[in-house]
Structure formats: C-alpha cells, structure tokens
Design a protein around this ligand. Sequence first.
Ligand code: EPU
Length: 487
Amino acid sequence: MSGAMAKAAVRPVAIKADPPTTHRSDDWKATRTSHRPGFLLPVVFTVPQPHPMDVFRVNGSRPLRGTVHTSGAKNAALPLFAAALLSDETVTIENVPDLSDIRFMAEIMRHIGADVERSDANTWKVHARKLTNHAPYELVRKMRASVCLMGPLIDRLRSAVVSLPGGCVIGPRPIDLHLKGFSGLGCGVSIEGGYVHLDARHLHGADLFLGGRHGSTALGTANILMAAVLAPGTTRIESAACEPEVVDLCRLLRAMGARIDGIGSHALVVEGVERLHGATHRVISDRIEAGTFLIAGAITGGDVTVEGARASDLAALLDKLRECGVPIESPAPDCVRVRADRPHSRKAIDVITMPHPGFATDLQAQMCALMAVTPGLSIITEKVFPNRFMHVPELQRMGADIAIEGPSAIIKGLSRLSGAPVMASDLRASAALVLAALAAHGESWIQRVYHIDRGYERIDLRLKRLGAAIERLPADQMPKHLDGEPG
Ligand code: EPU
C-alpha cells in the first residue's frame, strides 16, 4: 500500500447488498482496525468502488482481443469465510475477489462476533475468538450463502439460530437437504418465526445421503462438511457435490487440521477432530467468470485468452463451445484461449445444465446469449434451477427469438441482435445481457448493474481493456426516455 493511500482521509462506509438510492462515491474507503493488540493494526486503504445504481452503456459489434486474468471465485470464497469461523485462531484468505457479496459476508460475520478484516485488496483475515449464535433475517435474506454459517456455528457453540433466507429471483431455493444433513448428524432442527433453530448438543458423525431432485447441493455439502469436521466420529456423505468450490473448501479445512477423504468425488468421508487451527489459503480462480470471458470472445468473434481459467474445471463449457464450432486452445492447464474469428461457422447446439462436472447453471444465461446469435435451432435445458430464465425477456428486447417451454429455452439463432435498453435481474442474467450487448448492433443500456457487481470484479473495465465499447455511468446520465426503472 502506498504512503499516499495510507494517509488518505477515511470515511467508514456502511456496506449493504441492497442498492442505495442517494449519493455516488468514486472511492470505497475502509478502515482496518482491531480491538485487540497484536492481531490487526490500524490500516487504511482505498479501493475504487462502483456505485450500485450505475448503468452500462455498450456499443456492440466489436471483436474483443487480448488477455484477461480471472479473479478469485466468489462461490468458493463465501464458504471459505464461513469455514474460518471453525477455529479460534486467525485464518488468512488470499485471492479474494473485490465484490459486494464478499464485503457483505464479512459484515454478517462481524455481526455474529468475528473479527473480519481486509489486509490488502484481495486478502482477508478472520479471527473468530468469540461468536454469538444468531444470524438475523435482515442480513441473511440479502445473501443466501450466509446459510452456510450454520455448520460452523453448531460446531463452535453447539447451537445456532439462523434466519431462513427467503425468496430468490432464480427460483425456489429450499434448504431441506441442509436440514436433513444436520438432523442426520444428531441435531435437533426446528423452524420458528422464519428461523432455523439447531440444537447440536448431541452432534455426532453419521452416514448421510445429500442428493435431491435436482442433484447434489453445493452449499448444502459445504454446510454439512463444516458441521462434520468437528463432530465426534465418522461422517460419510453420499451424493456430495463435487464442484471445484467444494474441493477448495475441503483444501482449507484440511489445512486447518480436518480429516477428509474422497475430496473431489461424490462420496466424502470425514473423521471428526477435536479442534481446528488457523491457516492461510488461496481461493481458486473463478471458473464462471472465466467462462463468461470465453463466451464474450466467442460472441464477438474475437480472440481472447483467459488466464487463470482451469480447463479441467471448464470441461463441459469447452466441449460445448467446440461442438458449436468455436475454436478453443488450452496452451497451459490454467489458460484457455478462444479464437472465434469466423463467427459465421458457428452452429446451433443443445445444452443441459447439471451439477459439476456437467454444464454449469451459472453459465446457462451466457450460453443463451451466444445461441441467440448462432444460426440454427438450439435448445438449452435448465435442470438445476428450472425457472432460471429471467434474462430471456430482456434478450427478446434486443430481438432474440427465444421461447420458453417448461425448463427449456428454444432458441432460433439470428445473425444479429440490436442494441436496446434492458434491465438486469440477477447476477448471471446481467452477464448474459452484457454479452448480448457486446454482440448487438447499436447501443444498449443496462440498468441495475449492481447485480453484476455482486459476482464480477469491475467487468466493465476488464472488457474495455479487451476493446469493448462499454462505459459505466451514473444512473442520472441515462436518457430519461430509455429509463425502465419504475416511478
Ligand atoms: N436444493 C434443494 N434442497 C436444498 C438445497 C438445494 O432442493 O436443500 C436444490 C436447489 O433448489 C437446486 C439444486 O438443489 O435446484 C442445486 O442447488 P445448490 O444447493 O447446489 O445451490 P446453492 O449451493 O445454493 C450454489 C451457488 C449458485 C449456483 C448453485 C448451483 C453459491 C453462493 N451459490 O448455490 O451460484 O447456481 O450452487 O451450482 O455458491 C451464482 O453464482 O449466480 C449462483 C446462483
């Protein structure tokens, strides 16, 4: 950190997941202080911080060219933060993406008593010496991943009272499999007043099956794993999720002293230990972000190299891109290049989303955008979140020919889309709109880009470096006649 940054005036900022509607600040300023000597000394740093109500103006039809680096994975980092609560020693997490969801997770963890501080732009330290067992509705409802505080809380306190997260725009997101797992581990589970009450006085290892009607559960597996590592006895989890983010969690837990076998498979075996210690861990790179940049290269007929993209984590996407006629190279295990200079040779394909290693639901919306400008009839079937098609009506506003039939999008690919004002509804839907806008003829305006800021670190700047004509503007610079915000 530069001396100038250290001397910068500091204005503490309240971190919220909901969009503020008032002032704009160009710099996010934060203090890092500690109540306890020896842990964290007062430090000040500034990080550029977009305003949640910003809009994107995109002029499309330009091939992207160049190299982009993948950030740390949000969906790995969030459970890793929760796992840090399992020890009363310091856990240092590196390569954490600079995202609103991460800052919000830190806020919730502070609320339950942990010291959670950022030591530089991408490194966080968690020290959970003393915790309380209550995670309230007003915090949990804003970020679903906070349900995976349950596992660590019952380990540390033998009880937890955590709000149910409530509705989600991508469809129903029950936590019945989490609760089934806790119950199998000997917890008393009850729901009262919108809160899950867990009584873990008799926590013990057990044989569990965590498969559901849509397959395995990523956060459910994380939650139960975290509960099991400090539960006396052996826990066997069948139909466990094997997403790279779950593997990353297992790696941190092992580094903290947990005993876990079967990592990366659907059958995990955990031998409970008495305590976990501190550790330092580097978050894996974000396969969904990497996949989004690769599709950006493909949809614009560009030549994009994504560093940090692990081809093994992206096998299903790369397979589908090749099937579609997009040339893909992987010059190194953590680097993938898309050379799509002949967009007219692309052909329609069918895609079905599934838990890992199948085609990721988090890349479905982006793939819809690509198929919307790929001649022929494509069918994209969503098997993980069957209602996750909020991007479709907005893509239709850009001229896309897409019909929804049950869990499938039937896409008649066109030679081009036309720019339009559109509204982002959730993280991956917003990514799809950005991709479509990059490919479209003319100008697009994308509103509610705070959704994209939850999961992509300054995507506008990184696309700009690849040659995209994309600008982030304050909402009030959007022409009034294009503004789709109600009221
Ligand atoms: N499910 C149940 N019961 C449960 C839990 C899940 O029926 O108790 C169902 C879900 O409704 C869904 C399927 O199982 O149909 C898979 O859900 P999963 O539990 O795996 O989702 P999650 O763990 O809550 C994570 C990611 C999501 C990603 C999904 C699927 C985080 C913070 N979130 O959610 O990411 O879509 O896995 O891969 O890790 C995103 O990043 O945009 C996002 C939504």
